[in-house]
Design a protein around this ligand. Structure first.
Ligand code: GLU
Length: 288
């Protein structure tokens, strides 16, 4: 099947070093395969979207020479698709009336993450009103093979719990939108940061329920500060630009030959891209 990759930033700020790494890895993988590379703005979470950030991201990608194929897709223009998908899942979803406070009090905390205990699975308790919509998950483990991180398995029911598809504030959840759009855009290869490794089983579960194909996955390490903290918009590089490409390549285990003219860097990178060189870890310090 012809390769289709994508980069799907959330316009909550300009690209920083970590998102540049994800964009570059995904772009190189697509270009080396002779495939298409699509760009999708994940702008559903309106409370977190920063006005102007989507355009800033487009300009950053252009300035770095990371050219995408076709029109940019904006999730905010595709609400009908997510509603349809939710409709297809009737019987597998249920309304949840738990408030944030109730969730905090009832969640089983395992390894610091909160697991929904299924409070509203068999119906809303008297006096409760529907707030969010959740998917009824199963204990059967989901397995997949990540091109960098290796063999993965997760029981969504035990390790995550029934997760939200439509939030209490009326926003469609990332997990649903990403699956609907990857399927609609014919994405064959997802290359992104390892902070989303734990979301992958949820997405595969939704793909199966919606009759969508499962793409190949490659999760690159998340860039951290030297102290091991995830890079945020506050720390390194609010604005990643062309000057950071060499460092991003180094982060991915690639060392560009010395003396390469700047215009030769990306063509070299497409030829030299080799995922087996990527450190097999979920997080890694960005070069100083
Ligand atoms: N929009 C998500 C983010 O910026 C990435 C989604 C994805 O690549 O699946 O974290």
């Amino acid at each position: 099947m012809a390769y289709v990759g994508r980069f799907a930033p959330s316009p909550t700020g300009p690209l920083h070093f970590g998102s540049l790494v994800a964009a570059l890895a995904s772009w190189m993988d697509a270009r080396q395969a002779g495939g298409r590379w699509l760009l999708r703005m994940e702008d559903l979470d309106s409370p977190r979207v920063i006005p102007g950030a989507a355009d800033a991201i487009l300009r950053q990608l252009e300035s770095m020479g990371l050219a995408w194929d076709g029109p940019v897709v904006y999730q905010s223009a595709r609400l009908e698709r997510y509603r349809d998908a939710l409709g297809k899942l009737q019987g597998q979803v249920y309304p949840c009336g738990c408030t944030r406070k109730e969730l905090e009090d009832s969640a089983l905390a395992i390894d610091g993450s909160r697991i929904y205990p299924g409070t509203c699975r068999s119906g809303l308790a008297p006096g409760k009103t529907a707030r969010a919509v959740r998917l009824r998950t199963g204990a059967e483990p989901i397995r997949f093979s990540d091109r960098v991180q290796g063999e993965m398995r997760q029981s969504v029911e035990r390790e995550i719990g029934d997760f939200v598809l439509l939030r209490a504030d009326g926003v469609f959840a990332y997990q649903l939108a990403v699956v609907v759009d990857d399927a609609a855009q014919g994405v064959t290869d997802v290359v992104r940061g390892a902070d989303l490794l734990d979301s992958t089983a949820r997405q595969i579960l939704l793909q199966r329920l919606l009759g969508a194909a499962t793409p190949r996955y490659l999760h690159v390490p998340v860039a951290t500060s030297a102290a091991g903290e995830k890079l945020s918009k506050q720390t390194r590089a609010a604005d990643a630009g062309p000057g950071e490409i060499a460092a991003a390549l180094e982060f991915l285990g690639m060392n560009a030959p010395a003396g390469l003219p700047p215009g030769e860097l990306l063509p070299w990178a497409v030829r030299a891209w080799e995922p087996t060189r990527i450190p097999r870890t979920r997080a890694l310090a960005a070069p100083a």
